[in-house]
Design a protein around this ligand. Structure first.
Ligand code: NAD
Length: 507
């Protein structure tokens, strides 16, 4: 696997995909895609500028009537073929995702790629089950029914942490519902989004339905979300950029879907299975190098279990194998870039003055010094209002704090502006029930933390944004509801005309 995958050859015709054709971006600037495990330059490509965005939006706009007017069965068939082609190309997708992100090959092979295949299959089916509310004679004199209609051209902006899955989460519900789309992937990880669009074309999706513009936020993203022919903006990324994107979308009165940052709490009550909680915390804080918006970041542990939990997590983190992402034995690869690794390290360095770094807190040397590696890191003793507890770090860093009463544990869990995901660890059904009701997050797990499935919605509360990815709920974002009302009476002078004509009304 992988030896045949020559990045420069694959993208020699350009790292843009507009109206079914690869092309070079016209911004006049270039971006280099780097292998974060080695620092090796994989591809330098001309980035998209405003003209590329205009052409992509024009292509999506032109493709919209035909795609929106296709029967659900036609769209579904195309998505089924798309799922088959993605399955054929699965090893290449896994390889490219690990190459550009540095994620362990076992993660891209067992999580990113199968998740995307399952999403594609799910939306192939869901495309035929777009339903409105029941029809009926609610007024007595009319038949009312609801149509769910696509919105138009969707402008999407995606992050670098799961580039393939994020492209899939944005593109699939949008096109299954009959929209067309222009997606801007993160400029440092465009490869698998481009491969995804090319595979869709091989599956027979019409040109213009999926377009990819690879470029920077200021250079291409802002032009896309502000474009007058973009009817809806769907953004996944940080809360700070999301706010900026929201401002641009609001100025154009566009439909908006925001999937933003997270700072997931992991609440361990004193009756929890300690071993399960320790394993869960290490896995859920280190998955994808902690570059996961739902990753466990703040563990709150009830006092009787606190010491054992801290030592258990430290010991288990010590067994995690850092290494070459393409070694099947590697548990933790590098972070996505050297700049991001330095940003993560900065959070830990600033915490040292007031908190204890129990394990990690450094980049490994030796064989791994060229890569953007950072050791699994456990921090205790930080104040609840400190930066390391409150801010999204997006790296392999877990903070642990004790709590005494259940009230306190839940209060602390809710004490950040974010609300994307959380977990509660307990064997008491009433405690679990309370935690699921009272923790304000778009997903609350009980005795687990991380799993997602295509049938269930993903999306945040508060500063984590609004709207849902995946599941039939995502159709709420990508469709608009139309009420159709038919007069059933054939009466010329309707009763309600009295409100205009008064005494002159003659039924
Ligand atoms: P980011 O906000 O820096 O960038 C996200 C995307 O926005 C990139 O494509 C970037 O080029 C683009 N962008 C930057 N400035 C822009 C601008 N002014 N206008 C338009 N687009 C602009 O985020 P990131 O560092 O790529 O990704 C990490 C963030 O994504 C984390 O905060 C993480 O929590 C979040 N995330 C959230 C979810 C979710 O489902 N809620 C999923 C994955 C990642």
């Amino acid at each position: 696997m992988g030896d045949h995958f020559q990045v420069r050859d694959r993208f020699a015709s350009g790292a843009q995909f507009v109206d079914g054709r690869a092309r070079h971006g016209g911004s006049g600037r270039t971006q280099t895609v780097v292998n974060p495990a080695t620092g090796e330059e994989l591809l330098t490509y001309p980035t998209a500028g405003p003209d590329d965005v205009d052409d992509a939006v024009a292509a999506a706009h032109a493709a919209f009537p035909g795609w929106a007017g296709a029967t659900p069965a036609t769209r579904s068939d195309a998505l089924h073929r798309f799922a088959e082609i993605l399955a054929d190309q699965a090893p290449d997708f896994a390889y490219a995702e690990s190459l550009q992100c540095g994620k362990p090959i076992k993660l891209s092979t067992e999580f990113d790629v199968p998740g995307t295949l399952d999403n594609t299959a799910f939306f192939a089916g869901a495309a035929r089950r777009l339903e409105g509310a029941s029809a009926g004679e609610y007024s007595g004199d009319h038949t009312s029914y609801v149509r769910r209609e696509p919105i138009g051209v969707v402008g999407s902006v995606a992050p670098w942490n799961y580039p393939l899955q994020m492209a899939a989460w944005k593109i699939l519900p949008a096109i299954a519902a009959g929209n067309t789309i222009v997606l801007k992937p993160a400029e440092i990880t465009p490869l698998t989004s481009l491969m995804f669009a090319r595979a869709a074309q091989e599956a027979g999706l019409p040109d213009g339905v999926i377009n990819i513009v690879a470029g920077t936020g200021p250079g291409a993203g802002e032009h896309l979300v502000g474009h007058p022919d973009v009817a809806m903006v769907s953004f996944t990324g940080s809360t700070a950029v999301g706010r900026r994107v929201a401002g641009i979308a609001a100025a154009g009165a566009k439909r908006l879907h925001l999937e933003l940052g997270g700072k997931a709490p992991f609440v361990v009550f004193d009756d929890a299975d300690l071993e399960a909680a320790v394993h869960g915390a290490v896995a859920a804080s280190l998955i994808n190098g902690g570059q996961d918006c739902t990753a466990a970041t703040r563990a709150y542990v009830q006092r009787p279990l606190y010491d054992a939990f801290v030592s258990g997590v430290a010991d288990l983190m010590g067994t995690v194998r850092l290494g070459d992402p393409f070694d099947p034995a590697t548990d933790l690869g590098p972070l996505v870039s050297h700049a991001h690794r330095d940003r993560v390290a900065g959070f830990v360095e600033r915490a040292r003055g007031h908190a204890r770094v129990v394990t990690g807190g450094e980049a490994p040397g030796g064989d791994w010094s060229d890569g953007a590696y950072y050791r699994p890191t456990l921090v205790t003793g930080a104040a609840q209002d400190s930066e390391i507890v409150q801010s999204e770090i997006f790296g392999p860093v877990l903070t642990v704090l004790p709590f005494d009463t259940d009230d306190e544990g839940i209060r602390l869990a809710n004490d950040t502006p974010y609300g994307l995901a959380a977990s509660a660890w307990t064997r008491d059904v009433y405690r679990a029930g309370r935690a699921t009701r009272e923790i304000a997050a778009g997903c609350v797990w009980v005795n687990d933390h991380i799993p997602i499935i295509s049938e269930m919605p993903h999306g945040g509360f508060g500063a984590s944004g609004f709207g849902k990815d995946m599941s039939a709920y995502s159709f709420e974002e990508y469709t608009q509801v139309k009420h159709v009302m038919y007069d059933n009476t054939a009466v010329v002078r309707k009763d309600w005309h009295r409100t205009v004509f008064g005494d002159r009304h003659r039924p």
